[in-house]
Design a protein around this ligand. Structure first.
Ligand SMILES: [Zn+2]
Length: 216
């Protein structure tokens, strides 16, 4: 699999295009927030000749879904999110306004994805890992074969997702990180919703909030 990362919107959100040799692709998180960001994303997809099969959300915070309508309309695809994220999508417009965004054109996704599901496209598949604590409905997308995991705002390089927003819970987030992520091989590359990538091994020993030596 190949992964192209775009950094979009004032929250510096990482939007990922994941694809393989078949040229089938999925988009994970929709940070694109204006015409020039839309063009950057769409131009890359057409230059690479990719066929977009679906849009997936790591969770429903507004910086991750702001570009939903542009992507869904452009490619005629469906969007998918965790079964635990209905509440966020029902309240997304209000949340967006409080952050200075307009989300009037939100297209509600299929909120059907569960822990252990497999997302398939082309010749590739990603395993869904449910990891609540930053926001209910937080899911990660893991490739065992290609040794990477896309984690949204669960884990960052030497940091973790904030837990002061609705449904945020530090103890729950720490459990998710320890029980769901730190059990993966150390060499697995971690692609976060914001900032640079890291590895499971680096975070297990260097993360100042949740390290494996001080289990909660
Ligand atoms: Zn978030």
């Amino acid at each position: 699999m190949k992964i192209k990362t775009f950094v979009f919107n004032p929250f510096q959100l990482n939007t990922f295009v994941v694809y393989d040799d078949s040229k089938s692709a999925i988009i994970i998180d929709a940070g694109n927030s204006n015409e020039s960001e839309n063009a950057e994303l769409f131009d890359y997809i057409s230059e690479e000749n990719l066929t977009i099969e679906g849009l997936y959300y790591t969770h429903a915070h507004v910086d991750h879904i702001i570009g939903n309508n542009a992507i869904i309309t452009k490619y005629g695809i469906k969007a998918y999110a965790s079964i635990h994220s209905d509440l966020f999508f029902d309240n997304a417009e209000g949340h967006a306004k409080s952050l200075g965004f307009s989300l009037d054109n939100l297209i509600k996704p299929e909120t059907t994805i569960k822990d252990g599901d497999t997302v398939k496209f082309g010749n590739s598949s990603l395993k869904v890992i449910y990891a609540p604590g930053h926001a209910d409905g937080s899911i990660c997308f893991y490739s065992k074969d290609d040794m990477f995991i896309i984690v949204g705002d669960v884990l960052f390089r030497e940091s973790i997702g904030r837990t002061d927003l609705p449904t945020g819970d530090f103890d729950l987030l720490a459990r998710s990180i320890i029980d769901k992520l730190y059990v993966l091989p150390s060499g697995v590359k971690v692609l976060s919703g914001h900032g640079p990538s890291t590895t499971i091994g680096h975070e297990k020993t260097n993360n100042p909030f949740v390290s494996i030596s001080e289990q909660l």
